[in-house]
Design a protein around this ligand. Sequence first.
Ligand code: HEM
Length: 227
Amino acid sequence: MGARSGGRAGAGPWLGLTQAPRGFALVVTLAPPLIVFGIVTVLLADLFWGTRLLGTDPVKAGEHLLGEWTIYLLFASLTITPLRGITGWNWLARHRRTLGLYAFLAVVFHFVVWLFLDLQFVVSEYVGWATLETDLTKRPYIILGMTGLLLMTPLAITSTQGMIRRLGRRWQRLHRLVYLIAVLGVVHWGMSVKKDLTEPVLAALVLAVLFGWRIAAARRRRAERVA
Ligand code: HEM
């Protein structure tokens, strides 16, 4: 058990699973991109072939689904380390980066749908930067989303094995930004909903539990070093 996972020293893995169940890696690798590309495909089908799979406002529905999947995948990635620590399933570790990258894929499409389909941004003399400016003042939560996307970009770029090696300890420090990104994403979500805050509040609670676990694990590690 790696020290960083804050783990169960001495105990064997839960259910005796020293290796991932068959097909697990395949599901984790294929399901998220299928979902993200699936949403985009259905959205395009609604727009170009009038299929109405996403209801009366496919752009809004697609934008929302992609935003939600960004959060789900980001949270799934953040859950890997605590889950690994609790269960001793070290084979989960390799999926943390993949899930983070898929969250980035989802947010890029979320952004593209917002910019070109929701806002209908076109750089020209008449429409373009002004539309963008109006939307940013009208919906300030978009600034938080943009900050989240900007912060996710260097994390995605530096997620190759070569970069991990090259950056060493700095890589870990840089990738701690993922917590700030998650906070920005949840606040952005909370500010964007008009009435029912249940889902963003639940997301904030999950995030608080994940943070709590991290802090407790860091304290435990420090205490072990001192002892
Ligand atoms: C440039 C970056 C971003 C832009 C422009 C953007 C824009 C938007 C817009 C326009 C909405 C729909 C609000 C509405 O009309 O009801 C939305 C919702 C949402 N966004 Fe973003 N967003 C960005 C980044 C992010 C990031 C980084 C995350 C997560 C980490 C995220 C997660 C969400 C979620 C969860 C929702 C709510 C979905 C729902 O209500 O079902 N967004 N975003």
